[in-house]
Ligand binder design. Structure first.
Ligand code: FEO
Length: 165
């Protein structure tokens, strides 16, 4: 059975993942409004992935005979200067999620809650991928610089993403 402390922390993480989904949706809107449909598509898939993260924790809490308490989701940041700014903020956000996941992992370990520790191990590795994919796009947008043709080529490329992994 989950401790009250871990149950609360897992519930907070469900909210954090849903906030991340909301944040990626705001990013999808930024790109859609500028006809960068490939980036918008990428952000929509990212939104879907965040909802799946929330559901993974949701199912885990229920399986552990705990209770899920859904709370308000804060409004996302929608103030972006450029495609590069969006991706830099996505990377910054992923880094902050990594810190949250690491804290949850440490808590589970301290409490000898092995199932939560195992779940968080999955998330720890997932965060490596999340940061890497955001960083890759930051670096490619930096390479493109002010070159609009390069931006359009990149947009076409990221638009080919098919999976939420
Ligand atoms: Fe749920 Fe983007 O990490």
């Amino acid at each position: 059975m989950l401790s009250d402390k871990l149950q609360k922390a897992l519930n907070e993480q469900i909210n954090n993942e849903l906030y991340a989904a909301y944040q990626y949706l705001a990013m999808a809107e930024y790109f859609a409004a500028r006809n960068l449909d490939g980036f918008s598509h990428w952000m929509r898939l990212q939104r879907e992935e965040e909802v799946n993260h929330a559901l993974k924790i949701f199912d885990f809490v229920i399986d552990r005979d705990g209770r899920v308490t859904l709370s308000s989701i804060a409004a996302p940041d929608a103030d972006f200067d450029s495609p590069l700014d969006v991706l830099k903020k996505a990377l910054e956000h992923e880094r902050s999620v990594t810190e949250m996941i690491n804290a949850l992992y440490a808590s589970a370990k301290k409490d000898n809650d092995y199932p939560t520790e195992a779940l968080m191990q999955w998330f720890v590795l997932e965060q490596v991928e999340e940061e890497a994919s955001a960083l890759k796009l930051v670096e490619r947008l930096e390479m493109a610089g002010d070159d609009k043709a390069a931006l359009l080529i990149l947009d076409r490329e990221v638009g080919q993403r098919t999976s939420t992994e």
